[in-house]
Design a binder for this molecule. Structure first.
Ligand code: ADP
Ligand code: ASP
Ligand code: MG
Length: 463
């Protein structure tokens, strides 16, 4: 068995779903289990509908619901066979009726709880998984739909639920392999249910994680993440186009890149796969013949120091300064307690004798945090910062990496730097205004020469 996960853009239209069907069919004998995201930008649209509902904007959420229904109906009708039309229409009627009632309920309450967010956002994957099942049948495959909420069991931390692995694995092993003997199993990513059966979700971008959970649970031989890029690239293409494809990378490196903003992989994805030593592949659903990126357990020997550059945007830098810190103890504890009390994770930290700089990406409670910190320190806050992170296992063995960074970034103000906490990254903070030239300069410095065993130069095989 293999797991094949198709992201939002890979199922964004009837034409895209048809490509998916072709890709799955070509791998039919490997007994694929297909995990799909919501179609296109559906999750964002559902969240926008929920926001309009609680704001009482009926003239917005009603047409938005209609548009979403029209979109699903139009694409699904093209992707499915005429014979399934009646069943499809009934399915869409039922689901959109339910969804509309839910949204109207929110409008009355004027309040959006994390539980309601999950109930609403789950519709994306509930719809797409069913539509893709019909499309695969239309394409001549035997396909069986599994409601992920029957097999993916989580706690009740809505919008960021944590897995109950023993129960999930038990259900996956009982349900999936028997079905996969004679059919392509299709299920929605991102969604699950609590032990009480209440719908939950695994966090934005969580379908990658579902694929890995399912792969580990059924002992798949491979987990394939099909998306809209050629694989893991040497730089985030939304910041620097023209990055090179990384052919092979270790689990540890891929996880590090995902933590630091490489959206191509949800950060939790590698964990279940790594536990069971199942290789993860990143592939392009528009160009299935390109071999993509292979993520493997072993470390990957490479002549380049760096494998890829990741960027985490919308970061806030908090600088805390206190002369009372001089020769005193307990200051850091007191400072971190403030962040802890306001449930605000701290990402990067740098300290000197009398000051501490740290970064956060959740500013919800920043005002209150500042007020408390000011009771014992001076505080200044800078928004619109970016963590830029160089990742590669060789960083720890190669002297002079920081020197190369500083030289390449001559004239760019580096606000904060951290190396050594994780042995395979070097990360630093620059302001958003300097981001593009920072990444361009680093890319030039670290990827002008490419080890042909690990990278494929952009334009070689897919110009
Ligand atoms: P999907 O909907 O298939 O899950 P995502 O949008 O979540 O796709 O992830 C793919 C996107 O990740 C790419 O389109 C690209 O813009 C972004 N990305 C960020 N960093 C990288 C990187 N280093 N390599 C490849 N893609 C990256
Ligand atoms: N549809 C969900 C999202 O947009 C999950 C995913 O696509 O991975 O976040
Ligand atoms: Mg994604």
């Amino acid at each position: 068995m293999i797991v094949m996960k198709f992201g939002g853009t890979s199922v964004e239209s009837a034409a895209a779903i048809e490509r998916v069907a072709g890709i799955v069919k070509a791998r039919e004998e490997r007994r694929p289990v297909v995990v799909v995201s919501a179609m296109g930008k559906t999750t964002n649209k559902l969240l926008a509908i929920a926001a309009a509902a609680i704001a009482g904007k009926r003239d917005e959420y009603i047409p938005q619901l209609h548009d979403l229904r029209d979109f699903h109906s139009r694409e699904a009708r093209q992707a499915a066979s005429l014979a399934e039309r009646v069943e499809l229409d009934r399915f869409l009627d039922e689901h959109f009726q339910e969804l509309t009632e839910l949204v109207k309920g929110l409008a009355i309450l004027g309040e959006l709880t994390p539980r309601s967010v999950d109930a609403i956002s789950a519709y994306g994957e509930r719809l797409s998984s069913y539509i893709v099942t019909l499309a695969l049948r239309h394409f001549g495959l035997t396909a069986a739909h599994v409601d992920s909420r029957d097999v993916i069991v989580t706690d009740s931390r809505h919008t960021q639920a944590a897995l109950n692995f023993p129960e999930t694995n038990r259900r996956l092993a009982a349900v999936i392999p028997p079905l996969a003997k004679d059919a392509v199993v299709v299920m929605g990513g991102f969604i699950g249910a609590s032990e009480q059966g209440v719908t939950t979700t695994l966090g934005r971008g969580g379908s990658d994680y579902t694929a890995s959970i399912v792969g580990a649970g059924i002992g798949a031989e491979e987990i394939q993440i099909w998306t809209d890029v050629y694989g893991m690239l040497t730089a985030d293409p939304t910041i620097l186009p023209g990055g090179h494809r990384v052919k092979v990378i270790s689990f540890a490196e891929a996880a590090e890149l995902a933590y630091f903003g490489a959206k191509v992989l949800h950060p939790a994805t590698v964990v279940p796969a790594m536990d069971k030593d199942i290789p993860v592949l990143i592939l392009n659903s528009r160009r299935p013949e390109v071999e993509g990126t292979r993520i493997v357990a072993a470390s990957v020997p490479c002549e380049n120091t760096v494998k890829s550059i990741a960027c985490k945007r919308k970061i806030t830098l908090v600088n805390i300064h206190s002369t009372r810190m001089l020769m005193a103890h307990g200051f850091l504890r007191r400072m971190f307690e403030v962040f802890d009390r306001f449930q605000t994770p701290v990402d990067m930290v740098a300290t000197s004798e009398v000051s501490v700089s740290l970064t956060i990406d959740n500013c919800k409670n920043l005002e209150a945090i500042q007020a408390e910190l000011r009771q014992f320190a001076e505080v200044n806050v800078e928004h619109d910062q970016v963590i830029v992170c160089l990742v590669g296992e060789n960083i720890r063995y190669t002297p002079g990496v920081a020197r190369r960074v500083f030289n390449a970034l001559d004239g760019i103000n580096i606000r904060m730097i951290s190396q050594g906490a994780s042995l395979l990254n070097l990360s630093f903070v620059v302001s958003e205004a300097d981001l593009n030239r920072t990444v361009a300069a680093l890319h030039e410095e670290f990827f002008s020469y490419l080890d042909p065993a690990v990278f494929e130069r952009n334009g070689v095989a897919h110009a």
